[in-house]
Design a binder for this molecule. Structure first.
Ligand SMILES: Cc1cc2nc3c(=O)[nH]c(=O)nc-3n(C[C@H](O)[C@H](O)[C@H](O)COP(=O)(O)OP(=O)(O)OC[C@H]3O[C@@H](n4cnc5c(N)ncnc54)[C@H](O)[C@@H]3O)c2cc1C
Length: 294
């Protein structure tokens, strides 16, 4: 039976898209198609779906807003589990409780409405809460892991409630990314502040981001090695403007790979070339920040 029919038979209320086009749902704008995308509307439905996919040995991957992924070219014979319909968001005092698909924009404006501050440095980062927690996203002033009180996750077998310390956050990394554990709901600890100053701070963080390169990218391509900047290393190797097919290293910020109509293969080949050159010239091995899908 066709995969989408199997899913529809097992989960009649589950939203499904056939021939899901990665290039239309990722900021890098390339990659092929997946046989089907499934969009659970709650953590419970997501857990039931993930459990079914595991039990039936159906290949699958999780996609948030697609701001930090490089999807492969060609056809993925499996299911993309999208979190975009898991959008429940509420406040419990100064703690925000957000389902995995809540976007950064929704989180920040809700926080301001509830006079809950402490998240402003995340303003303007393209993200879902689940993707941000998996990636420990943030900027120098705040990485989201520092605000995580607990996470409801599905570890492939069962639902688990992990406290912040158990999430294994490190630089642009977490237990969820390393072990491919699905983040379903997150409790984020804020602090009371007045709405006007929250908005002013958020606006200032958004303003600082205006200098980021335009064009389709995954944000920074490589994690900063201890004590130095990946962008400075890449620039130092003379790689600004280096190109493979439609992918090139931004001239504005050397740690951004921009896709101008290229394929995932172009982006991957350019990333590999940059890593090799930096390693050969500096002895430093850059780690990719973006995630390859599936
Ligand atoms: C222009 C631009 C600027 C950026 N600036 C920054 C920045 O300043 N700081 C920063 O940290 N990042 C930045 N990024 C990268 C990106 O915004 C973050 O990594 C963000 O957290 C990605 O969230 P997402 O929902 O898009 O995740 P996706 O890209 O959809 O997924 C990323 C990874 O997380 C996994 N994942 C997604 N959802 C879940 C879930 N619910 N449970 C488990 N795993 C999941 C995916 O499988 C994938 O491996 C930038 C990206 C762009 C395009």
């Amino acid at each position: 039976m066709h995969l989408s029919m199997r899913l529809a038979a097992r989960f009649p209320s589950l939203a499904l898209t056939e021939a899901f086009d990665f290039s239309r749902h990722t900021t890098i704008g390339c990659g092929g198609r997946a046989e089907v995308a499934a969009m659970p509307s709650s953590p419970m439905q997501a857990a039931a779906l993930l459990s079914f996919l595991k039990r039936e040995k159906i290949a699958h991957c999780i996609l948030g807003t697609g701001a930090n992924v490089l999807p492969a070219d060609g056809l993925f014979r499996g299911v993309v589990v999208r979190t975009c319909l898991m959008r429940t968001l509420r406040a419990e005092g100064s703690t925000l409780v957000a389902d995995a698909g809540v976007t950064g924009g929704a989180l920040l404006s809700f926080a301001a409405r509830c006079s809950v501050g402490g998240f402003e440095p995340l303003s303007g980062i393209p993200m879902s809460v689940g993707g941000a927690v998996a990636m420990n996203a943030g900027v120098r002033d705040l990485y989201i892991g520092a605000r995580v009180r607990s996470v409801l996750a599905f570890d492939g077998e069962r639902l688990v409630l992990l406290d912040g310390a158990a999430c294994g956050f490190s630089q642009k990394d977490s237990l969820f990314r390393r072990e491919k554990i699905a983040v379903l709901r997150v409790w984020l600890e804020g602090r009371y502040s007045d709405a006007a100053s929250i908005r002013i701070r958020a606006c200032e963080y958004r303003r600082r981001r205006r200098c980021l390169p335009k064009g389709r990218s995954m944000g920074c391509a490589f994690v900063n090695p201890q004590g130095c900047s990946a962008g400075a290393l890449i620039e130092g190797c003379g790689l600004k403007g280096a190109r493979v097919g439609g992918a090139f290293v931004s001239r504005e910020h050397a740690n951004f790979i921009i896709n101008d109509g290229g394929s995932a293969q172009d982006v991957a080949a350019l990333a590999a070339f940059v890593r090799e050159r930096v390693s050969a010239e500096t002895g430093i091995c850059l780690r990719e920040e973006f995630c390859r899908l599936p």
